[in-house]
Design a protein around this ligand. Structure first.
Ligand code: ADP
Ligand code: MG
Length: 260
């Protein structure tokens, strides 16, 4: 899938086709001697309807980038835009609403409530918000995740892959602008992982969802349209149309560059 990217070269104009952008995004933890720069002036655009993978060594800032962009963590400087909203310009109430309506987050641990059925887990955030789910959308999401026959099951009655698919359906239920997934297959065997990755890709292709996924697995990254490589809090490389072999080669190059 190739997209016109010329708009990205204009430094002050945020490209319309991006579901989310970071500009000069920096985040440090601690102060003085103990100060850690987790993100160092990151510029990133996540195209609408695109599946982007984020890769990089442990500690390179992948989770920090996701959390800062999803409004789950504050940042030190720079800006983040989700849809038309500048995160820095929002008050707490607006930020809460944005997180609820426009951002889906999928964690490595599925974080399902054990006493609720699959369907109840999926609609829980909407129920808490007092919103009526869009029935047609919900049916589409459930059909796409292939959970229609499992809706009354409790999490303990589902496989790991099925549980993660429930968590993905939950993240998609509000029809968010963007879904962030931090190592969503980290707790799954390779077959369940493939199931989840296939579904994430399907949600991009068939439902037009925008997905950004952290992974350390080249095979998982190959499901994405684009890979962004992070190192020491900076974006050091990008790849369009990744294959597992190409990603693995690039990782070796980056490792070699690093240890030089
Ligand atoms: P990754 O997800 O790529 O493994 P992280 O974003 O979790 O990396 O971490 C980036 C850097 O920030 C690391 O050096 C890590 O030790 C540091 N870091 C992350 N969270 C905290 C925190 N809460 N307090 C202090 N340092 C942190
Ligand atoms: Mg991480």
């Amino acid at each position: 899938m190739s997209r016109e990217r010329s708009a990205l070269t204009a430094p002050t104009v945020l490209p319309n086709e991006a579901a989310a952008c970071a500009r000069g995004l920096s985040k440090s933890y601690g102060s003085g001697e103990a100060r850690v720069v987790a993100l160092d002036k990151v510029d990133a655009d996540f195209g609408r309807g695109m599946f982007t993978a984020i890769m990089g060594p442990s500690g390179s800032g992948k989770s920090t980038l996701m959390h800062c962009m999803a409004g789950l963590d504050s940042f030190t400087s720079g800006s983040v835009r989700i849809g038309t909203a500048e995160l820095g310009a929002l008050n707490d109430k607006q930020l809460t609403r944005l997180r609820r309506d426009e951002i889906g987050f999928i964690f490595q641990a599925f974080n399902l409530l054990p006493t609720l059925s699959a369907l109840e887990n999926i609609t829980l955030p909407l129920d808490i918000a007092g919103r009526t789910p869009d029935k047609e959308w919900l049916d589409t999401v459930i059909a796409t995740v292939g959970l229609a026959s499992r809706l009354s099951h409790r999490p303990s009655q589902l496989s790991g892959g099925q549980q993660q698919r429930v968590a993905i359906a939950r993240a998609l239920a509000a029809r968010p602008e963007i879904v962030f997934a931090d190592e969503p297959t980290g707790n799954l065997d390779s077959r369940s992982g493939a199931e989840v990755l296939g579904f994430l890709r399907h949600s991009v292709r068939e439902l037009g969802q925008t997905v950004v996924m952290v992974t350390h697995d080249p095979g998982a990254a190959a499901y994405a349209d684009r890979v962004v490589f992070l190192m020491d809090g900076r974006i050091v490389d990008e790849m369009d149309g990744p294959t597992a072999d190409a990603v693995l080669d690039r990782m070796k190059d980056l490792d070699a560059r690093r240890s030089r």
